[in-house]
Design a protein around this ligand. Structure first.
Ligand code: FAD
Length: 292
């Protein structure tokens, strides 16, 4: 049982970055076994930890996230992070989810509010920092808490300054590291780090990288993340947007270039949004394994 903050410390001593992966639960419960086939393939690239989303892209909510995170630890010996959101959830529902986390011996939780979508209601906890406090109280032991952050600002925030001010609440509630929203322009990450350090936030910040290897992903990903697109990236997408094979090769190349530059700048953790696609994760890994 390892805490992500200890993995950061160990890797820092070794002078190496952490390499971590995000997966999401399958949309339909009958597809659950497939996720373990995916993890078996991801295990080949030796991630330091795997994080499992809650609801979001997977659609299924609740217990399934903790069960998957617990099973990955037991079956594959890989450390995990279970995501947990609080939007739409009563206090009892959150406490049930915390019980599942405890039952599965989860050590690391990514505390989130969750996205406001049409029909969503305010939960018992309005923001991730409030959920973090509840986890500390009801968790029953020393959980390692992680938070999300947005180098280009969260969509609900009027500006980045206010968003960074709000980020301090998460740190105050015990979050020991952060993971960024995906970005395509490394300068955005570097500027964000300068900004949060100046604001007094000194925790490690994992860089969220998502290769866009399918034409169908482009529009939705860009729209949902709000990430700005550097010229080089836009040109690549324009050129290969209708050529799946070309897009795969060139986007992997783009992501590998992005990651190599981040590692050269001392990023503590490369967090790859795998979209449950081992071939993508493996192709990226092949391009960076000499640095890990
Ligand atoms: P919060 O920290 O609550 O922030 C939301 C907004 O409120 C921001 O504008 C912030 O500035 C403001 N704010 C924060 N705290 C306060 C406060 N105390 N008072 C006033 N304003 C405040 N979604 C899922 O559904 N499932 C997932 O598994 C998932 N995983 C994610 C993983 C990562 C790495 C990231 C970056 C996002 C993930 N999301 C996931 C999406 C996330 O739930 C949404 O972006 C959501 O809109 C915000 O969540 P949050 O935890 O950052 O919210």
């Amino acid at each position: 049982m390892v805490k992500i903050r200890d993995i950061y410390e160990k890797k820092q001593c070794e002078g190496k970055p952490v390499f971590s992966l995000e997966i999401f639960p399958p949309k339909k419960a009958e597809n659950l076994p497939k996720i373990y086939d995916t993890v078996a393939q991801l295990a080949d690239i030796n991630p330091d930890y795997i994080s499992v989303t809650y609801g979001a892209a997977g659609g299924t909510k609740g217990k399934i996230t903790s069960d998957i995170a617990g099973n990955i630890k037991r079956k594959f010996g890989i450390e995990t992070v279970a995501h947990l959101t609080c939007i739409n959830s009563s206090r009892d529902e959150v406490d049930d989810a915390i019980e599942d986390i405890k039952k599965n011996d989860i050590e690391n939780v990514l505390v989130l509010r969750g996205d406001r979508v049409e029909g969503s209601r305010e939960g018992a906890f309005r923001h991730a920092n409030e959920l973090a406090i509840e986890l500390q109280k009801a968790g029953g032991r020393d959980l390692n808490l992680i938070g999300a952050c947005y180098p280009e600002g969260h969509i609900d925030s009027p500006n980045l300054t206010e968003d960074v001010e709000n980020l301090k609440y998460k740190i105050g509630a015990g979050v020991t590291s952060l993971v960024t929203q995906l970005f395509f322009d490394n300068q955005v990450y570097y500027d964000f780090i300068d900004r949060i350090r100046a604001a007094g936030i000194d925790v490690p910040v994992a860089a969220g990288i998502m290769p866009i290897t399918k034409p169908s992903q482009i529009e939705r990903t860009v729209e949902l993340s709000g990430a700005s697109l550097p010229e080089e990236f836009s040109k690549m997408i324009a050129k290969y947007g209708n050529d799946p094979d070309g897009l795969f090769v060139h986007d992997i190349e783009y992501a590998v270039g992005q990651i190599r530059d981040l590692i050269a700048h001392g990023v503590p953790d490369i967090h790859l949004y795998t979209m449950n696609t081992p071939e993508v994760a493996k192709a990226v890994y092949d391009g960076i394994k000499d640095l890990l």
